[in-house]
Every structure is written in C-alpha cells, then in structure tokens.
Design a protein. Structure first.
Length: 93
C-alpha cells in the first residue's frame, strides 16, 4: 500500500479579504475531491489573505498510479487562473 501526499503553496492574487480567499480555496478543494477522488484540506496560512497551503492525499497499491493522480491534481491547480502555484512537495509513505 502506498500513500501519496501532495502539498501545494498557492498565491491567491485577487483576494482582497479572507472571504475572497476562502471562496477560491473551497472551490479548489471541492473540485479536487470530486474530480480526482482525493482527500483535500487547507493546511496552513489560514488567516493570510493571499496565501494558502493545501494538502491532498491518496492511497493506492502502486506508487506510479498515486504519482500520476497527484500530478493531475497539481496540473489542475496550475491551470486555474485564480491562483499561482508557488511551491510543491510530493511524498510517498
């Protein structure tokens, strides 16, 4: 069994309040959960307007499958015009 963990630090450029940021973050997390069937949560920078740290996790019997899935989640985050990806960390347990 392989557990894949993706941590993404994002910049939400158009957020002028915590409410604006949370709308974007909630949308990103909901889409990731529904489209890619991963666990997702906001992990850090909870009270910072324009930054967010998001975490995603999946379980698989093959590391390549988990890696492919997490890279698809990352591609989705990278393609969203509301945010810019600042840093990424992927690890397998």
């Amino acid at each position: 069994m392989v557990i894949g963990v993706l941590t993404v630090n994002l910049m939400v450029a158009d957020a002028n309040s915590l409410k604006d940021k949370r709308q974007v973050v909630k949308s990103l997390l909901d889409v990731a959960r529904n489209r890619f069937n991963v666990s997702a949560a906001e992990l850090g920078d909870l009270d910072v307007w324009r930054r967010s740290e998001l975490g995603f996790a999946c379980i698989s019997n093959d590391q390549e499958v988990a890696n492919t899935l997490l890279n698809r989640v990352l591609s989705y985050m990278d393609s969203d015009p509301r945010v810019s990806v600042e840093s990424v960390h992927i690890e397998f347990l």
